[in-house]
Each structure stands twice: as C-alpha cells, then as structure tokens.
Design a protein around this ligand. Structure first.
Ligand code: ASP
Length: 454
C-alpha cells in the first residue's frame, strides 16, 4: 500500500490535476492521497497559501477582504470549471472563508484556519474529480483521520495517539484524499504545521497506516547533489539515507521538509521522490541504509543563506565553569534557538538564523546582556553568512575530506569564517560570506563530483 503526496505545483491548475488523477489510476496500490494547496502556475504567480495569508492580513489591518476572497475563489473556480466539477463547491468554499473571518477573533488562530483552506478545498475537489474519472474516492478531513496536534499556532506537533487512529483508516473501497499541512488540537482548533508542511502530513499518514512506500510527487525528478540553479546538471541521487536527507533538507534542500523525515525514520518506511510531470522516472529513494559508493563519500552539498554569528573571545574560557550555559541562557531568555556552536578553547560562536532577529531589538539586547554578565574580552557579530554543508554517510570512513574541502575553498580564495563537524561525522559545515556562495559551491562540487559524472 502506498501513501502518495502531491505538492503545490502538482495541483496548481486543472491540467496538473489531470496528471495526478492518471498517476493514481495507474497504480491501484496508491490508496491514500495527501494534497497541498494549489501552488504557482508560472514564475511570478502567487501560491494559494500566500493568498490566504494576505486575506488574513487584510482582515486584521481593517482593509477590505472581498477582493482577496475573490482572488482565492477564482483560483479554484478555474480548476473546477475546467475539470467539469460542480460549482456548488465554490459556494461551500466562500462560506467557509467567511465563517472563519467572522468567528475567529484571535489573529494567530485565524491565520491557521485560513491557511488550512488551500489544502482542504483542494482535497475536496480532487476527491470529486477522482470519482468523476472512475476512481472511487472519499475526502477525509484531518480531524476525521485522527491527526491530533499540539496547540501552538503554525507550529503543530503530532500528539501521541494519532498513529493509532490513522491505523484504523479504511482505504479498501475508496482512495482516501486527505488535506495536508494541518491537524486539529485537543480543543478542536485548526493548527497548521510550518510552511511546506504537507510533506509532514504525508509522512505521518504513511507511518500511521504502515504504508509500504511513501511517494512524494513534486516538480523535479530527483534530489540532486547540489542546487541545479547553481550547478549545471548536478548528479542525480538514486538512493540517500534518512540521515543524509535530514542534513540536506535542514540546510537548504527544499525538495522535502526536514520535519517529515522523523515519522518515517522511526518506522523505516521508504520514501520515493518523484516528478508529477515525468512519472515514468524512478526518482530518488530515501531509505534507512544504502549501498556505499566508495568514490562518492559525499552525497550532497547544500547552501543556506541568512545566518548571523555572535563570537566571544575570553582568555581561559575553557576553565570557566558554566560559561556556555550562561551564554545560551541569555539567548534562551529571548526565546531564540541556535543552529550551530563551533568553539575553540578560548572562543565560542553561536550561529543563529538572522530571521529570528528581524523587526525587533533582540540582537542588541542580547549583546548588551552578554557584555554585562559575561565580560568577554572581545565580541563581534557577523551578518549575511551562508552555511555550506557537505553531507555523506561515507565521510566517516574516508580520510582527508576536510583537507580536500578547505583546499578547494582556499584555491578559490574564499575565506572560511567557521568550520564545524558533528560527532556523527556525516556532515561538515562551513560558514562563508554571502558573496562567496556560488563560487564556493562550484569549487567544492567539482572537487567531489567531477570524476563521477564526467
Ligand atoms: N501550502 C503550504 C505552503 O505553501 C503547505 C505545503 O504546500 O506543503 O507552505
């Protein structure tokens, strides 16, 4: 039994939905379908989720909401008309949007309820379309499916017990169509997962129903060893482990949400990344263990922008009991999580996503407190950092990875601000300046992959 998830570009317009229906028809073991909201149809188009976010912004700032509602309805209207579905769906959609706008006062709750509509409406219409195409299908809401989550808006976490409920889903007679991206809290409120969270729903459903395979259909045929926008014809990965994928999707590979790996990792459910526009291509399989290719110790190289580092220097730092704890306590007091913490004996850097400081004075306040309570000899902040990560299970068996990488960077005249390697030895991270990003990626990529792909 397969659980199949389709991303926003696979469901952006009627012609894409036709491909989706054919993919489901083609394989009768595809029994549960999880959907995203309609995504972009062309460059510069707006995703329905973003239209919904804009609708909520208009509402809370007291602007007119009609235009925004119409824009959303029009997106669904063109799909419904072209697929020959009943227009009565549109009335229900409009009613639902207005109902949330009229009855939910809390701005964060309203955001989650509105955001859920993109996937919810899409699931309803896909179910209708499958029935029209001769595939018996049934829409199942996350509530009816038993996807219970915590109550923190836009950051839902699955509650224990959901898997039990999901294991009872009956998909024998009908293909079930479940909207992704949200669950329902104990007190019956709609709570969204983080952006891109339909992958998470798909993973949860695959785990709960003990699927043999979780197929994740998107608009690329593979996961590539580096970003195709930066490297021409990058190596197409056939097989990758959960741990490698987790490292890569955390650090910039946007094909698959990093939080979606955990539920599948625990159960060892394999994941297949496939392309809705080229369903005949096998794609990339994410598995617990893979065969190692000795000449390819590194499987992927990713870059993620938008980091800030705070570096402290203090002589004999290593002998001060509780120094790191106090520093992290200050950061925690501002409700900020950190990403990396490379350290030496007398220096320590904390790397934080710059977005955590946006639009507030947290950074200045943190620096003031550090100055006051920790009295560093030197302290400085670096902005606009890029985190470049090289990942591969084969790295731990391989000598000279660090040298090979730093040599490539120094030959390219690229300054490395920081290096960090976790104890798992499957990844190594380098902090570099934004202006060096593309040059660094190219230099390292050609070092590891040139011989492999010729
Ligand atoms: N529609 C949501 C988003 O744009 C969730 C998803 O597509 O996975 O973030």
């Amino acid at each position: 039994m397969k659980v199949v998830k389709f991303g926003g570009s696979s469901l952006s317009e009627a012609k894409q939905l036709k491909k989706v229906a054919n993919i489901i028809k083609d394989d009768p073991t595809r029994r549960i379908v999880v959907v995203s909201a309609p995504g972009k149809r062309f460059d510069g188009d707006v995703k329905v989720t973003d239209l919904l976010i804009a609708l909520r912004r208009n509402k809370v700032t007291g602007l007119d909401t009609n235009e925004a509602i119409n824009q959303i309805i029009e997106r669904f209207e063109s799909i419904i008309n072209e697929l020959g579905l009943s227009e009565s769906l549109l009335l229900t959609y409009r009613k639902t949007l207005n109902h949330y706008l009229d009855t939910i006062d809390d701005e964060n709750r309203l955001l989650d309820a509105l955001k859920s509509c993109g996937e919810d409406f899409n699931a309803q219409l896909l179910s209708d379309y499958l029935n029209l195409s001769g595939v018996p299908a049934r829409y199942v809401s996350p509530k009816a499916a038993g996807i219970k989550v915590t109550d923190e808006p836009s950051n839902a976490q699955l509650l224990a017990g959901s898997y039990d409920a999901l294991s009872k889903l009956n998909y024998e007679e009908h293909v079930l169509v479940i909207p992704g991206f949200f669950g329902v809290s104990e007190n019956d409120r709609i709570v969204a997962f983080p952006r891109g969270g339909s992958d998470i729903t798909g993973a949860i459903v695959a785990r709960g129903t003990d699927a043999d395979l979780y197929e994740n259909f998107t608009d690329v045929s593979h996961i590539y060893s580096a970003h195709p926008g930066m490297i021409e014809n990058p190596h197409a990965i056939k097989e990758i482990t959960y741990r490698e994928m987790r490292e890569l999707s955390y650090s910039g590979f946007s094909v698959f949400h990093d939080e979606a790996i955990q539920p599948l990792y625990e159960n060892k459910t394999p994941i297949m990344i496939r392309n809705t526009n080229q369903p005949e291509i096998e794609g990339t399989k994410i598995v617990a263990d893979r065969e190692f290719i000795p000449e390819m110790p590194v499987i992927g190289i990713s870059c993620d922008e938008g980091f800030t580092s705070i570096t402290l220097k203090k002589y004999l730092m290593n002998q001060q009991v509780g120094f790191t704890r106090r520093l992290l306590q200050i950061i925690e007091d501002y409700d900020i999580s950190y990403e990396h913490m490379p350290s030496g004996i007398d220096n320590l850097s904390v790397i934080i996503r710059s977005s955590k400081f946006e639009g507030n004075t947290k950074l200045e306040n943190i620096l003031k407190e550090i100055e006051e309570h920790m009295e560093p000899e030197e302290m400085y902040v670096e902005d606009n950092l890029v985190i470049l990560v090289i990942v591969g299970e084969g790295m731990k068996e391989h000598i000279g990875i660090a040298t090979k990488t730093t040599t490539a960077l120094s030959e390219g005249n690229i300054n490395i601000s920081m290096i960090n390697q976790g104890s798992s030895e499957i990844s190594m991270m380098f902090a570099i300046r934004l202006e060096d990003e593309e040059k660094a990626l190219k230099a390292i990529y050609s070092n590891y992959f040139k011989e492999i792909d010729g």
